[in-house]
Design a protein around this ligand. Structure first.
Ligand SMILES: Cc1ncc(COP(=O)(O)O)c(C=O)c1O
Length: 439
């Protein structure tokens, strides 16, 4: 009989063989889908997943620890906290600001938080769920992030925080924003869900804010199926974030550990009896937003390839930008400020209002050619039924957010795209625009 170590090795070798046996056929333009995003993986992710399943640890364990350490090392930060989605990461990050431990800086019901109207809903939802008031600013067409002046102009006497995404991987002026937030005593949360690997003035995004968030959903730069992370700028914020993630508990022992603080039965909490087991003392109104170790195992294999993935996204975006340049009279192309070095999430296109065709016409031509498109998330969030009655403030006009709602969409740049696929995309756009502009 083989021992378990030998059996595990044989199983993992078979997994590699299984992956290698997948049939591969050449891309057929117009027949095979050009995806807007997707899982991009090889045998290493499958091996990691099966390895973790054989551990049968199930809840966050050795792979979760490895992933948290690996993400922190990549970013050059101390604290990375795994959660089960980017939306959960945003919920944990914002809830962290509501902790009474933050004393006079605690975000309370009625306090205002500056955000944008055109983005992803779960950047804004935690603000509403915590009974704070979102203050919406407009974004710029082309970059789809707000200009610094618009954020600055939105500040009022009740403003306590700024929570904005580097939408589609494009950094806003986050260094300048950080300095402005510091001057006014405001918290900054960077929603970095679309922007793993993006830089602003040479520094990785997610390392400027008090807190930052990531999504590892399959459409994102790296995936673990469902997954996300929160990065905290200091140990105090990290401790609070972990508490919100882990049921609101006060104790910070990892799963399966006991008495890390050495005072498990020796402290006074609230009006509980002295020595109440610290493992069951709750200091926040928390959630359970943890991952399984199988998810983390996939993430570990993906994180090892992050530089390669970022480079592919930049390459694909540049190829689309070069090929689409000739259509600028009709299309606003995706761009970024001079100090921004985006790790692009997709290639965003706005059909100019004066173009001789609509977004629907162009999207229809692309989809007919089997090229996937997506809207830029929700467009103007305030136009959605869920937000009809929310307490909020609008700072300035949301003109561009409305243009995005009607005229904007994006196509893929993910590493699974080949040169042939990109040629098919460009050829389809060229053919469509020629047909609409021919005299
Ligand atoms: C900017 C932004 N924030 C948050 C999220 C939510 O991430 P998840 O789908 O993992 O919940 C997304 C998802 O695409 C996103 O684009």
């Amino acid at each position: 009989m083989s021992d378990r170590r030998t059996l595990r090795r044989q199983i993992l070798d078979l997994v590699r063989e299984y992956h290698a046996a997948e049939p591969r056929r050449p891309f057929r333009p117009g027949e095979d889908a050009v995806r807007y995003a997707g899982r991009y993986f090889d045998a290493s992710e499958l091996v990691s997943l099966v390895d973790s399943s054989l551990d049968f640890w199930l809840t966050a364990g050795r792979y979760a620890e490895e992933f948290e350490a690996g993400l922190a090392a990549y970013l050059g930060v101390e604290n990375a906290i795994l959660v089960n989605s980017g939306s959960s990461a945003n919920l944990v990050a914002f809830s962290t600001l509501t902790s009474p431990r933050l004393k006079e800086r605690q975000v309370k019901p009625g306090d205002e938080v500056i955000t944008v109207a055109a983005g992803f809903p779960t950047t804004v939802n935690p603000i509403i769920q915590n009974r704070a008031v979102p203050v919406f600013v407009d974004v710029e067409l082309g970059t789809y992030v707000p200009a610094l002046e618009k954020i600055e102009a939105a500040r009022g006497p009740k403003t306590k925080a700024v929570m904005i995404a580097h939408t589609m991987g494009v950094p806003y002026a986050v260094r300048e924003l950080r300095a402005w937030c510091d001057r006014h005593g405001l918290w900054l949360i960077e929603d970095n869900c679309d922007a793993l690997g993006s830089r602003y003035s040479g520094q990785l995004t997610a390392t400027f804010g008090d807190l930052a968030t990531f999504s590892f959903y399959p459409a994102h730069h790296i995936t673990m199926g469902e997954g996300g992370a929160v990065v905290a700028a200091n140990d105090d914020l990290a401790r609070i974030a972990r508490s919100f993630r882990d049921w609101g508990r006060d104790c910070y022992c990892a799963g399966g550990e006991n008495n890390t603080c050495g005072k498990r039965f020796g402290q006074q909490f609230g009006t509980l009896p002295f020595g109440y087991d610290h493992k069951y003392v709750y200091s926040h109104i928390g959630y359970n937003l943890k991952v399984t170790d199988m998810q983390a195992a996939i993430g570990v294999a993906q994180l090892a390839k992050v530089e390669e993935f970022v480079a592919a996204r930049k390459r694909n975006h540049a190829a689309l930008a070069a090929g689409l340049k000739q259509h600028e009279p009709h299309l606003i192309l995706h761009t970024a400020s001079a100090k921004a070095d985006p790790s692009w999430f997709g290639f965003v296109i706005t059909v100019r209002p004066e173009a001789p065709f609509t977004r629907a016409d162009l999207v229809n031509a692309l989809e007919t050619a089997r090229i996937e498109t997506r809207n830029l998330f929700c467009g103007n969030l305030l136009r959605h039924p869920a937000y009809a009655g929310i307490e909020h403030r609008v700072a300035g006009l949301l003109t561009n957010s409305d243009v995005i709602t009607t005229n904007t969409f994006f196509i893929g740049v993910y590493p699974g795209l080949t040169e042939e696929m990109i040629r098919h995309v460009l050829g389809t756009v060229d053919g469509f625009i020629a047909s609409k502009t021919a005299r």
